[in-house]
Design a protein around this ligand. Structure first.
Ligand code: ADP
Ligand code: ASP
Ligand code: MG
Length: 419
């Protein structure tokens, strides 16, 4: 058989949400295979299956062990992989499905947020060499101790990138949007599609809440030097976004705006508590976001660290912090408090060299002040400026409203009309 190119395609949950959609994906895969390519197809769980499984777990136990959660959640992807392989057989395409473990995806042992350590894709390669389409259950791997792990919410993207790197293949991520936009198009109507952006920009956007691509997946692609094509299921390739090493700098310095609605925080007014707080998160395999800490005043360090205006906060990304509230209720380290975060969100401006001109930060603070938006904190990196805002879901200060405000002021469209 002709083997012009190896392509890894990934289809997200909304693309395989029901049987009709799985059949449509099978047709799309067949069309590509018929062009003579070797295809490895990664799938997510159908629709909202992962959320439903998490709800089941919450009903059966107050504190489901994370290992058992991983055993449960991986079944979602396993079901859609088997169904897609069957649908491919049905249209005359020889296909075989694999779990992450069968495909040789080796991870560390951190349940619900495992890192891919290496890929041993021998079985996948053998099947591709035999002319089969390989369908892979996304979002999962196996540790050296043979424990089943998951890669964090949105982790099927990581499976696709890891396989693409291991197979030296192109990587296409299909979802319900035709690429990466300057902001979530469901929230910011003026957003437009981005043609090309760098891995660093995409990683910052993803970590700041643009879930169209997973941050760990982008980090992996950057390390391996591979491009990611973000595309819409059912549309011809070529109409999406490419994430790659070089991309023209954004007009005006801001590539896009991302937001997150909920943030959990671990808070203390004593910097000496920080090591115990970090140990606590590690012991419970909880994800750790940015750490914000300061100690004011003069005098000996010990006294300043414990002064009442010293403050330490660890932001905890909520999507993989299963059971965080309960774990905190029972085991929180002395001197630390759990902050539910239902009322706090984060809005980030992202772009290469965003702080080259400090007036951007000054202007955005003036704009937020003029709109009476309560800014709770600011954090910056060379690619990102993040505002922690009080999330009043109805009012002008809602996280979405702040995203729209900052987008209108700072994102300059690459092209006039939305796609
Ligand atoms: P999948 O289930 O296919 O993995 P996701 O739901 O994870 O897809 O990601 C696609 C969704 O990401 C879109 O429906 C969109 O609402 C949201 N999204 C958030 N930020 C962005 C952005 N900057 N560009 C495009 N989509 C975005
Ligand atoms: N099914 C998993 C999730 O909902 C993984 C994925 O979709 O990538 O997060
Ligand atoms: Mg996703």
């Amino acid at each position: 058989m002709t083997t012009s190119k190896t392509i890894v395609q990934k289809y997200g949950g909304s693309s395989v949400a029901d049987i009709r959609k799985i059949r449509a994906v099978a047709a799309q895969v067949k069309a590509r295979r018929d062009q003579g390519h070797r295809l490895c197809v990664v799938v997510s769980a159908m629709g909202k299956t992962t959320d439903e499984l998490l709800q089941l777990a919450a009903q059966v136990a107050k504190a489901p062990p994370r290992r058992e959660l991983d055993m449960l959640l991986t079944t979602g992807e396993r079901a859609s992989a088997a169904l897609l392989a069957m649908a491919l057989h049905d249209v005359g395409v020889d296909a075989i499905s694999f779990t992450g473990s069968q495909a040789g995806i080796i991870t560390n042992a951190t349940h619900a947020g495992a890192r891919v350590l290496e890929v041993r894709p021998y079985r996948v390669q053998d099947e591709l060499d035999g002319g089969r389409v390989v369908v892979l259950a996304g979002f999962q791997g196996v540790s050296y101790a043979k424990e089943i792990t998951t890669l964090g919410r949105g982790g099927s993207d990581t499976t696709a990138v890891a396989l693409a790197a291991a197979l030296d293949a192109d990587c296409e991520i299909y979802s319900d949007v035709d690429g990466v936009w300057t902001s979530d198009p469901r929230v910011v109507p003026e957003a437009t599609r981005i043609e090309a952006l760098t891995h660093e920009e995409m990683q910052e956007l993803a970590a700041a809440g643009a879930k169209v691509l997973n941050a760990q997946a982008v980090q992996f692609a950057k390390a391996k030097g591979i491009a990611i094509f973000a595309l819409q299921t059912g549309l011809a390739a070529g109409n999406g976004t490419v994430v790659r090493k070089d991309a023209p700098a954004p007009v005006g310095g801001v590539r896009g705006v991302a937001h997150k609605n909920l943030l959990h925080r671990l808070v203390a007014n004593d910097l000496t508590r920080l090591p115990a707080m970090l140990d606590f998160l590690a012991r419970h395999q909880l994800p750790t976001g940015p750490v914000i800490a300061y100690a004011a005043g003069m005098g000996p360090i010990e006294r300043r660290y414990q002064a009442h205006d010293a403050r330490v906060e660890i932001l905890v990304p909520p999507e993989d912090a299963h059971g965080f509230r309960r774990i905190c209720a029972e085991n929180i380290p002395e001197g630390a408090r759990f902050w539910d975060g239902a009322d706090v969100g984060a809005v980030s401006l992202v772009g290469q060299g965003i702080l080259d001109d400090p007036r951007l930060l000054a202007d955005s603070l003036r704009l937020l002040a003029a709109e009476k938006i309560d800014v709770d904190g600011i954090s910056t990196s060379s690619f990102r400026v993040t505002f922690l805002v009080r999330a009043d879901p109805e009012g002008a200060g809602s996280v979405g409203a702040v995203a729209r405000l900052l987008h209108r002021r700072f994102v300059k469209a690459e092209r006039a009309e939305p796609p």
